[in-house]
Write a protein that binds this ligand. Structure first.
Ligand code: SF4
Length: 249
């Protein structure tokens, strides 16, 4: 079984274009996980451009809700008290970053459970939308799932994936990620602040709410409240981005 883990972003739209153009055979399942916190623009774009084009090739996009299949919320781990998002912390006196468990818990495992429960599929090949400029993110196969990188197989970089989208006549895809993701860079935070006021308000409140439980947890790399953070490019953080293969693609 070929299962395409559609992340809703630029590279995933490149894969959609290849399928729509008949240059890539359709997968058996096209899945996109809905954490309940994805930026609104991702769904608008998917519904308007991607899903109809794939439908014409007989491909249905399955939007799978974390609220139906995830077993943890914002906190988990053995003690049920571990923050699952890669938030920043100044607890030690220096700024550090927590591990990201959210993409696995809210996306990968959610899709896995859906595949087992609804279709009896327990193994196969996962399609992931990395491009050749992201080779270091490529993951090894595991016992159940082989990995396939359709854009890397075709030696395409991000820019060439974007050209495929253009070739389809689709507008530039929005950035895909949860509105509160600590992995946002300065450009992404500014995009939410300046263009998506509802998502920004949710993120600012979420950031404050984090500190009700842990006064050292922040969404922004400066460890300041999000609505007080300096979002200029000159203030870009050097922390690593998401490596999961299901977010930001
Ligand atoms: S976009 Fe960010 S917060 Fe959302 S699941 Fe991915 S890593 Fe976690």
């Amino acid at each position: 079984m070929n299962v395409w883990m559609n992340g809703g972003g630029h590279q995933s739209c490149g894969i959609a274009a290849l399928i729509a153009l008949g240059e890539l055979e359709p997968p058996d399942f096209t899945c996109i996980a809905d954490t309940g916190m994805e930026q609104s623009t991702t769904w608008n774009y998917l519904d308007k451009w991607i899903a109809p084009a794939l439908q014409e090739r007989g491909v249905q996009v399955h939007r799978i809700f974390a609220k139906d299949y995830a077993t943890v919320g914002l906190y988990g781990g053995a003690d049920g008290d571990t923050l699952l998002i890669p938030a920043f912390t100044n607890q030690s006196g220096q700024i550090g970053k927590l591990s990201a468990f959210c993409s696995n818990e809210w996306k990968v495992r959610v899709i896995d459970r859906w595949l087992v429960k609804e279709h009896g599929v327990k193994s196969g090949t996962r399609w992931i939308g990395f491009t050749v400029d992201e080779l270091r993110r490529v993951q090894k196969d595991d016992k159940k799932w082989k990995k396939r990188y359709p854009l890397i197989d075709l030696r395409l970089n991000r820019w060439e994936a974007a050209l495929l989208v253009k070739r389809m006549g689709w507008p530039e895809p929005p950035r895909s990620s949860c509105w509160m993701c600590p992995n946002h860079n300065q450009t992404e935070w500014r995009d939410i602040r300046d263009n998506k006021p509802d998502d920004w308000a949710l993120a600012v409140n979420f950031d404050k709410m984090l500190r009700d439980k842990d006064p050292h947890a922040f969404l922004h790399a400066d460890c300041v409240p999000l609505d007080e953070a300096n979002l200029d490019d000159m203030n870009e953080s050097l922390f690593d981005r998401c490596e999961s293969g299901v977010c930001f693609i």
